[in-house]
Design a protein around this ligand. Structure first.
Ligand SMILES: [Zn+2]
Length: 618
């Protein structure tokens, strides 16, 4: 439902403006030692008929189903006079409440002990809440405002951190609608909250907060905040400005404790960044900043530059998007690139990291089955999705993070090359921002101009000034299954991209010392072509038992194209003979040209500096 205006007749029959409606009120109390919360929610002004109350099945930023209803217990419903009602269960996620008097109060308990960006975790050190994992909601009331009041456990010195809007009570928060509420994770703990400000070109300051639940000292917190500030400013330089955060504040909800979990989850005005570590270990702050960098790019890309396929988010189903190569993959690219630009990661390491993604796309057998768009659409089965049967994703799927990052690398280098450095991927992201992100939405939590695949293509045509180039790039490398030729592009920046083991014989697939094939054989690898696959055991080579490294020695002696007669055993114990025709390992790796004895040219150095150097105006 969108608010319609401009017509006097309509104004008469429409319900009052949403904001004027009485809010849905949640009250939350915790029993930390037993890892559960009690949630008490009152829905006022409920229309006559059955109220359908539901737990979400999915969560923004996640693409698989997570079935949060499984952890709900002791569910009770009442009307406005306190009379208990008997809810019915039309499906596993829903409690239907009929016979109410216009008010429905629901009380339930919910268990959670899993720290990340998707679930609920309650223990004596914190309540770490992802809202869809915690809060039940009612169908048809999603534009109502929400108030939520937390009752902090006594004696634990918890303080709250969240992107929910503050009220006069430090433990009560508000959200304008369900989309915003569900997008607003919350950490309650004895956390350390620091902040700094960034200024937009229009002179408006915004506050960036770091809320850290950790077990380290001040020195580590200082290092974390300083690194985060560098990252934030460097991302700002990509777009030329920061989003105007709702309420003027963006919060990093950092959870770095040895009993925690690892994740990064983006939201409009905050992110959950978590790792099962102690920041006291030398180098640990540096290593967790990588996720900080990825997540902050999402404040633009996916939170505001949002694919139409994810807007509004559907809490009742898995959300399928063909644009995750851009939403996640380009974010992956910039997360890494900005670590280099901010001086937090060695440039050669940054390029090696990006080139690994390029290698995966170039050499993976999976590309024959799915384009970057189709890989994105497969996310509901791969993004923390769980099934107990076997799958062949290792040979039919490339992560859209990896695929998209490789596309971003190709597009950035191509744009730079064809414009002599005048047009870069930063310009493309700015164009996406100007058209699709910056216009904002009618309320926090809603995006008015989400993009389609065609929009993403059109922005490339505009930025490059070349419709044919944009069409060809999308047709071949994004909607098609071609791989970019990375070697000449990387050479412009003085990096050699070449086969990892030229001239060495290779079979494809992993084989352990007993001869057992321990991974699926990639399509058309020598193992695959010889009729061998995971679970088969190579028992002899050229008539010799493979014990004592015979197989490895045989591989070393031979060249690509050589034939290797072998005996193998299937899983039922039967043996057979076949011949493996060896090939060259298709895997590619990158090296700085100066490490290969060739001098870096002035032109290559300039290209490299413009690409990998800091973009923050000093
Ligand atoms: Zn991401």
């Amino acid at each position: 439902m969108r608010f319609v205006c401009g017509c006097a007749l309509l104004m008469v029959v429409l319900s009052p403006p949403v904001a004027a409606q009485a809010p849905i009120v949640y009250r939350v109390a915790f029993t930390p030692e037993h890892h559960y919360a009690q949630v008490d929610v009152t829905f006022p002004n409920v229309p006559a008929g059955t109220l359908e109350t539901r737990m979400s099945r999915s969560s923004p930023g996640r693409y698989a189903l997570h079935e949060y209803a499984k952890n709900v217990f002791e569910f009770r419903a009442f009307d406005g006079k306190g009379r208990e009602l008997a809810p019915t269960r039309p499906n596993p996620y829903q409690w239907d409440v009929a016979g109410h008097d216009g008010t429905v109060r629901v009380v339930y308990k919910i268990y959670g002990d899993h720290v990340d960006g998707t679930y609920l975790a309650i223990d004596p050190t914190h309540a770490h809440m992802n809202m869809p994992a915690t809060f039940l909601w009612a169908r048809g009331l999603d534009r109502r405002p929400i108030r939520v009041a937390f009752e902090p456990p006594k004696g634990l010195e918890w303080v709250p951190a969240t992107q929910l809007f503050p009220t006069g009570d430090p433990w009560t928060f508000s959200a304008p609608n369900l989309q915003y509420f569900m997008d607003s994770p919350m950490e309650l703990s004895a956390q350390v909250i620091r902040s700094f400000t960034v200024r937009n070109p229009d002179g408006q300051d915004q506050t960036i907060r770091t809320a850290l639940h950790h077990d380290a000292g001040d020195a580590e917190v200082n290092q974390y905040v300083a690194g985060t500030e560098k990252i934030v400013r460097e991302h700002g330089a990509v777009f030329g400005e920061f989003p105007v955060f709702d309420g003027g504040v963006y919060t990093f909800l950092g959870d770095y404790v040895p009993w925690g979990g690892g994740d990064g989850m983006e939201h409009r005005n905050s992110t959950v960044v978590a790792a099962r570590v102690t920041l006291r270990v030398p180098g640990m702050v540096q290593s967790v900043l990588d996720t900080v960098s990825h997540e902050f790019f999402h404040a633009w890309n996916v939170e505001r530059i949002r694919p139409r396929t994810l807007e509004p988010f559907n809490f009742e189903e898995a959300n399928m998007s063909g644009e995750l190569w851009l939403a996640e993959g380009f974010t992956q690219y910039y997360g890494t690139l900005v670590m280099g630009r901010a001086g937090l990661e060695d440039r050669d390491e940054v390029v090696a990291d990006l080139a690994r993604a390029a290698n995966t796309v170039v050499s993976s057998p999976a590309r024959r089955f799915r384009s970057a768009v189709a890989m994105s659409q497969h996310a509901p089965f791969t993004d923390a999705a769980r099934s107990i049967d076997a799958n062949n994703l290792s040979t039919t799927f490339i992560s859209y993070y990896t695929y998209g990052s490789a596309i971003a690398l190709a597009l950035d280098l191509t744009l730079r090359e064809r414009s002599a450095g005048k047009v870069t991927l930063d310009d493309y992201m700015r164009a996406m921002w100007r058209v699709h992100g910056k216009p904002g939405g009618p309320e926090p939590g809603l995006v008015a101009r989400p993009y389609t695949l065609k929009d993403a293509r059109d922005r490339l045509a505009e930025v490059s000034g070349d419709r044919r180039f944009a069409d060809e790039f999308f047709d071949k490398y994004i909607e098609g299954r071609d791989a970019v030729d990375y070697a000449p592009l990387l050479r412009r920046a003085g990096y050699l991209f070449r086969t990892r083991a030229p001239g060495a014989a290779w079979m494809g697939g992993a084989i352990d010392s007993s001869g057992a094939i321990t991974s699926l054989a990639g399509w058309d690898t020598p193992l695959f072509a010889a009729g061998l696959d995971q679970g088969d055991v190579i028992v002899d080579v050229d008539g010799k038992s493979i014990a004592g490294g015979v197989l490895q020695a045989a591989l070393k002696e031979r060249k690509p194209g050589d034939r290797l007669p072998i005996t193998f055993k299937r899983r039922d114990g039967r043996t057979g003979k076949t011949t493996i025709v060896l090939a060259e390992d298709p895997a590619m790796a990158v090296a700085p040209i100066e490490s290969t004895g060739v001098a870096l040219s002035a032109e290559q150095k300039a290209f490299r500096d413009a690409w990998l150097g800091s973009h923050v105006k000093k």
